[in-house]
Design a protein around this ligand. Sequence first.
Ligand code: EPZ
Length: 421
Amino acid sequence: MEKLIIQGPSVLTGSVSVGGFKNAAVAVLPATIIQAGVYNLENIPDITDIDCIQAIFNKKGMEWSNVSSNTIRIDTRSLDTYDFTDDEMSSIRASIYFAGALLSRFGHAIVALPGGCNFGERPIDLHIKGFEALGATVRQEYGKLFVDAPNGLKGASIYLDTVSVGATVNIMLAAVKAEGSTTIENAAKEPHIVDLANFLNNMGAKIRGAGTDVIKITGVKELKGHTAYTIVQDMIEAGTFMIAAAATKGNVFVRNVIPKHMESLTAKLEEMGVGVEAGDDFVHIFPKDWPLDKAVIKTMPYPGFPTDLHPQMATLLTQAQGDSTIKETVWLTRFQYANELNRMGARIDVNCPVASIHGGQPLTGAPVSANDLRAGAALVIAGLCATGTTAVSGVHYIDRGYENLVDKFRQLGADIERVED
Ligand code: EPZ
C-alpha cells in the first residue's frame, strides 16, 4: 500500500492547471457504446476510475488506444454482448451508466450492481424508475440488474423525486434512440450533464435543456458512429486547489477553469475574506483578510455548493476563526473525514447531517486515513496546513479522481511525496 507523506506547514504559490472532469468522462465513455463507431476523446483524466472503464471496454473486445496522455481513441463497432458483469463493474459508481447505453444499443442490458465511494447508501431506484417509464422491464437479482425492452423503448415524461446526477445521465443514455420524446423533470443541472448532452448531440442526438431542470430528448433512429470530443474541465479538482491555496494563505492561479462553474465556492471564499479574482479561464486565489472568517455551508445540487467539496471545505474552516457549520444534504453520512481531522487537532463535532467546526485550532501532523476520494483530498490539504509530518493512507481513493495530485501540489511548493508503506 502507498502513503502520502506531507511536511507542513507550507504556503502554496504559483499556478496549476486543471484536467478533464472525472464525472463527465465516466458518463461520456459508456455513451460511445450506444452507436457502433470510432470516437476520439480529449481531456480524459489519467485516473484509476478511467483505467477501470478501459478494462471493461477491453474485456468486451472493444479497442481502446491511448493516442496521448489525455487523448484516447475508442472503437465500439465490435461489441456483440450486453452482459456487463465483470468484477470491475462493482468497483465504480459510474458502471451503472452501461445499463442505459446497452439498453439503447441492444434493447437489453445485464449489468453488475455498481460500487463507488462508500459514504452510505447509494440507491438506484430513480435509474430503474426511468428505464421502466421508457417501457423496459427491470429485475434485480444475484447482484445484477436485468433490463429488457424487447419491443424497443418509448419516450416518456419522467419526474425525478430527488435531483440525481446518475439517474439524469442514465435516462439520457436510454432515451436518445427511444421512439418519440422524453422529458426529464427535476433533472440534475451539473456541468457534466451538459457535457454529456453536448457529446450525444455531437453524435446526432436531439437533446435540449441540459443544464436546466427540464431536459427534452427527441428520439432518433440512428446516431453518427463517430465524433471527436473534448471533456469539460474538472470543477471539483479546481475547487480542491482553490481551497488548498486559501487554507495555506497561498497565492495561486488555478488555470483551465470555467469560473462560472466555481461561483458557489468563490462566493463562500470571498465571504470568509479570501482574495479571489476570476479571469476568462482561471481563478486567482490570494491572501486578503487573515485570520479568515467562519462560514455557514449547505451542500446542494448544482449550482449550489457541491457536496464533493464538503470535506475539503471542512479543512479550510478549521483554519478560520469562530464556529462554522456544514450541512450535508446529498450524502447524509459523508463525515468520515471529521475523525481524521480531529486526530490532527481539529475540533469538529458531527451530528449528522451537520458538522460543527470550531475554528482557530492549529493542526499538527499525524497518521490519517482516507476512505473516500474527497476525504483524501481534505486530509492532504490538512497536512499542508499542519505543523509536522502527516502520513495519509488510502491513496488509492485519491488516485480514483485526481491526476498527478502529488506533482501538482509539489509544483505549488508543497513538501509532499508518495512512498511505499
Ligand atoms: C454523482 O454521484 C457523482 N459521481 C458524485 O461524485 C457526486 O457526489 C454526486 O453525483 C452528487 O453530485 C459520479 O458522477 C460518478 P446522485 P451519483 O444520483 O450519481 C439520491 C465524487 O467524489 N438518489 O446525484 O451517485 C442519492 O442517495 C463522487 O466524484 C436516490 O435516491 O449521485 C443522493 O442522496 C462522489 N435514488 C442524491 O440522490 C437514485 O436512484 C444524489 O445522488 C439515485 C440517487
